[in-house]
Design a binder for this molecule. Structure first.
Ligand code: ZN
Length: 657
């Protein structure tokens, strides 16, 4: 089965989550060598799973193993309300790789009773539980029940709220308990002073900050023989099994350098790996494996583990290539101050890919576009790789069709038709512009610290890339390049972007809460700034007690996006922390409680899950009678809980934690 049909895209649905299945187009037709490369890289993408669980929470694996033991061994009635609530909790914890919501970062509120949990754990044979020496199941159950049920224990995984000590109020496991934000910032400021200012390594990226016996701070590095070394060794084994099937010598060098980084933990080696990885553009199979994104650290230094494997989508790649071939034209015509433009725009490679395996922080919730590496100097000197993950986008689009969102929230029939006609195409193109050109555009002024925007850096960076895409999607150049059919198409993107930023993205946020996540802050910032500054172009109107986005002048909107792009680029280029703070705090954080409540109510009636994630395909080696590998099969029949439990058994990377 190559294509996953519409009926099988939609899988299990619970809480605010919907699981989807994605197909890997063309896998069966690949030569055996490429199939084996994918197989072993996929193994490497799964072996780091336990690392992420420990990064997200100091007791992540302890909780997972205990909850799974209850889930697998429960033999009471299945219609018991406590059991049903427990099953949903288990599935949510799997989805988040921890006990906090993957998006809001707030701890889940369990809907089963403490008594039920204690009773089920105490029933289990001690050999099934991750007990400490001398600990009884009762003691373990009490210890975990405090974490699960007491709201004041670990309430939030990542806290980015202005004003508080971000480390003391975040429960992620990147800093040992008791280390303050000021201490950590001073520690890394000290390291930064000693490091190369022109080509700074990603300081702090691959370690947990801890306090030594004498009270000083020190890094416990994630490497072979160090913290998480056991899982890292298994990742290296899988990478080395993939190596003989690499498509070219550079791909082999990428694997070798990554393994060497995993063994030493040396950040210089990581930079070498990134450079080799950017330069390797010939292979059809590609992968990322390691400590990559920093959204899980309130200080934006420590990177969560992720792994993914992909294969090129040749058809869609042609579209992205048309953009990157013209990268310099886009840079030269951008509305930003010429001082902030890149004089030579190079290395923006553009490839559309299909995901073949998602792991770590990309599983089950995944990004649909990836732009790496994150190091600014490597991006400036060597460029970056930008990819759009076409098969995941396709699965999202199929799931969205017929959901009723458009009928409820789009202002009129004509706008609905606009979105039906151009929506999918423009969404893809905006993602391409964001990833292939937006993130790669612009430059910092000499001497500006890349981390100057601190906690606001991620939001501003996403806003910059989105604005670049919004500004250019309306440019006649895209019609000229054959990427859009006509000058009307961009309007669908403008409408749907503002609708999302002003109204519909609120459905993902619990009432009483504010916007926390960087991409959501960015979309609110852009939309609400535009609403405030360009009332002649866009407004919010009320009809029969319901609010709608009304666009009055699409051409003016383009001017608005251009103006804000220029300002956001200035903030980034000059490292203007105060301006970033004001922009984000003024437009990107707070919600209007009445509007929020109305939107949530209208949305609830549609009964759609706001968050989606993916079930991976399963790859299996096929042997002949003599034991030779003759093929790699791909199957799409594993259920969500089966997959999670299999991963826990099969990729049990950290026995000690
Ligand atoms: Zn982005």
């Amino acid at each position: 089965m190559t294509q996953v049909s519409l009926s099988s895209v939609l899988q299990e649905r619970f809480a605010d989550l919907q699981l989807l299945r994605y197909g890997v187009p063309g896998f069966e037709r690949l030569p055996l060598r490429q199939k084996l490369l994918i197989f072993y890289l996929a193994e490497a993408a799964l072996w780091g799973r336990d690392i992420l669980w420990q990064q997200n929470c100091p007791c992540g694996l302890l909780l997972r193993r205990t909850l799974e033991a209850v889930y697998v061994n429960y033999d009471g009635p299945k219609d018991c309300a406590d059991w049903q609530a427990f099953s949903v909790y288990m599935k949510r914890v799997w989805f988040s790789s921890g006990i906090h919501h993957h998006y809001s970062c707030l701890k889940f509120v369990p809907e089963f009773s403490r008594t039920f949990f204690l009773g089920e754990v105490e029933k289990l044979d001690a050999s099934l539980l991750p007990l400490r020496a001398d600990e009884t199941p009762v003691q373990l159950a009490e210890r975990l029940a405090d974490i699960i049920f007491r709201p004041e224990v670990m309430p939030r995984r990542v806290n980015t709220a202005d004003g508080a000590d971000l480390l003391l109020t975040s429960s992620c496991n990147y800093y040992a308990e008791g280390i303050t934000q000021a201490e950590a910032e001073a520690f890394y400021a000290g390291l930064k002073q000693k490091s190369d200012p022109c080509r700074p390594p990603m300081l702090g990226m691959n370690s947990r900050l801890e306090r030594a016996a004498d009270g000083t701070l020190c890094e416990n590095v994630w490497r072979s023989g160090g913290l998480y070394g056991e899982a890292i060794d298994r990742i290296c084994d899988a990478l080395l099994q993939a190596r003989p099937y690499a498509e070219n010598e550079r791909q082999q060098a990428v694997i070798d350098t990554l393994v060497s980084f995993y063994r030493s933990g040396d950040l210089r080696t990581f930079d070498e790996y990134c450079i080799l990885w950017v330069q390797e553009t010939e292979g059809e199979v590609d992968f990322t494996n390691g400590f990559i994104e920093v959204y899980g650290d309130p200080l934006g230094l420590k990177a969560s583990w992720e792994g993914y494997v992909n294969i090129v989508d040749r058809e869609a790649t042609r579209r992205a290539k048309a953009l990157s071939d013209n990268a310099q034209w886009f840079e030269d015509h951008s509305p930003v101050d010429p001082r902030f433009r890149k004089k030579e725009c190079r290395g923006v490679s553009a490839k559309v890919i299909s995901a073949a395996m998602l792991g770590g922080d990309l599983y089950p919730a995944s990004a649909i576009g990836i732009n790496l590496p994150n190091s600014n100097w490597i991006r400036a000197e060597h460029g970056s790789k930008s990819v759009t993950i076409a098969n995941l986008t396709r699965a999202y689009n199929e799931a969205a069709r017929g959901s009723g969102m458009r009928q409820e929230f789009v202002i009129d029939e004509a706008t609905c038709r606009l979105l039906d006609t151009y929506g999918d195409l423009c969404d893809d193109l905006h993602t391409d512009l964001h990833e292939c050109l937006g993130h790669g555009s612009g430059q910092l002024l000499p001497g500006v610290d890349a981390d100057a925007l601190r906690a606001y850096g991620s939001t501003i960076e996403e806003a910059r890339a989105d604005l670049f895409g919004l500004y250019y999607i309306a440019d006649p150049k895209l019609v000229e390049l054959g990427l859009l059919p006509d000058g009307e198409a961009y309007k669908s993107q403008y409408y749907s972007y503002l609708l999302n930023g002003l109204l519909t993205q609120m459905v993902r946020i619990e009432e009483g809460c504010q916007i926390e996540e960087a991409h959501m802050r960015n979309r609110a910032l852009i939309s609400r700034w535009t609403l405030a500054r360009y009332p002649e172009a866009v407004g919010i109107v009320e009809r029969d007690g319901k609010h709608f986005v009304a666009v009055y002048d699409y051409a003016r909107l383009r001017q608005a996006f251009g103006e804000l792009l220029a300002e956001v680029q200035r903030i980034k280029s000059e490292g203007d922390y105060e301006a970033a703070r004001q922009l984000v705090e003024q437009y990107g954080v707070k919600l209007d409680a009445r509007l929020h409540s109305e939107i949530r109510q209208r949305y609830r009636k549609l009964d759609i899950a706001p968050y989606k994630g993916f079930i991976n395909p399963r790859y299996t080696l096929v042997h002949d009678a003599a034991g030779n590998i003759t093929d790699v099969s791909i199957t799409y029949d594993e259920a969500y809980d089966e997959q999670m439990l299999r991963y826990s058994r099969q990729y049990n990377g950290l026995k000690e934690f």
